[in-house]
Write a protein that binds this ligand. Structure first.
Ligand SMILES: C[S@@+](CC[C@H](N)C(=O)[O-])C[C@H]1O[C@@H](n2cnc3c(N)ncnc32)[C@H](O)[C@@H]1O
Ligand SMILES: Nc1nc2[nH]cc(C(=O)O)c2c(=O)[nH]1
Ligand code: SF4
Ligand SMILES: [Mg+2]
Length: 217
């Protein structure tokens, strides 16, 4: 039997975060993460405690278990929604996220997405190896986890986090450095801390979670 991927949800939206914010994108959210099991009862014991996402199960919009081809076909169908005919030739863009997508994403899925002409971006916590077929790598490091990723396109650090070695991140081979205020009960203060961070360290840019402001998914 061919391999299946456990997908929480899949949807067409605008990339809300990072250097590519504002870009039309299909999101595929894979179920499961290695830094939290997703249960509220276990959040405080997890390595990553501030997650804003429900990645448990396969019960979300367009969720389910899919073969590589099925998932790529669903993604291209979502991409084609509402596009005016003269833009049919614009390259489709997919963001693989989760949960931790690299617990499931493999060469077979990347090939199926490439066969649908997708440019492929990923949101990863940096603890898993990244296949070279991925076009855009966004790593968001989590304090207390073992980061193995050394290069990519953007680092998006959620702030504040205790126990992050900022200088060590700056020595990695990434093109863009972003700081993203943590969305929790202290969000207002977190935004001020993120602004102060950028003011002291001009290598870094502010990333706001714009999808939450404009009311898209
Ligand atoms: C839900 S994660 C999934 C991808 C991957 N597991 C990761 O952590 O990068 C997607 C992005 O949301 C960020 N994020 C999660 N919870 C957040 C929060 N409460 N406030 C701001 N950003 C958050 C993550 O750091 C990551 O950049
Ligand atoms: N619009 C939108 N942009 C995003 N960028 C990263 C997201 C994620 O959860 O990985 C995300 C998300 O959930 N929605
Ligand atoms: S690593 Fe990513 S998906 Fe996992 S708990 Fe943290 S923010 Fe959520
Ligand atoms: Mg999100």
């Amino acid at each position: 039997m061919s391999r299946h991927y456990a997908v929480k949800e899949s949807f067409l939206t605008l990339q809300g975060e990072g250097i590519q914010a504002g870009r039309r994108a299909v999101f595929i959210r894979f179920a499961g993460c290695n830094l939290w099991n997703g249960r509220e009862d276990d959040r405080e014991q997890a390595t990553c405690r501030f997650c804003d996402t429900d990645f448990v199960g396969i019960d979300g919009e367009n969720g389910g278990r899919f073969t590589a081809e099925e998932l790529a076909e669903q993604a291209i169908r979502l991409w084609k929604e509402a596009i005016e005919s003269r833009y049919q030739s614009v390259r489709p863009f997919v963001v693989l996220t989760g949960g931790e997508p690299l617990l499931q994403v493999d060469e077979a899925l990347l090939l199926a997405l490439k066969n649908q002409a997708f440019e492929i971006a990923i949101e990863t916590n940096g603890t898993q190896p990244v296949p070279s077929a991925i076009d855009w790598v966004c790593m968001s490091p989590k304090a207390g986890s073992q980061i193995i990723l050394e290069k990519g396109n953007e680092i998006k650090l959620v702030w504040p986090q205790k126990g992050i070695d900022i200088e060590a991140l700056e020595k990695l081979d990434f093109d863009h450095y972003l700081i993203q205020p943590m969305d929790d009960e202290y969000q207002k203060e977190n935004i001020q801390k993120a602004i102060a961070f950028v003011m002291q360290r001009p290598l870094w840019r502010l990333s706001i979670q714009s999808h939450k402001l404009i009311g898209v998914k």
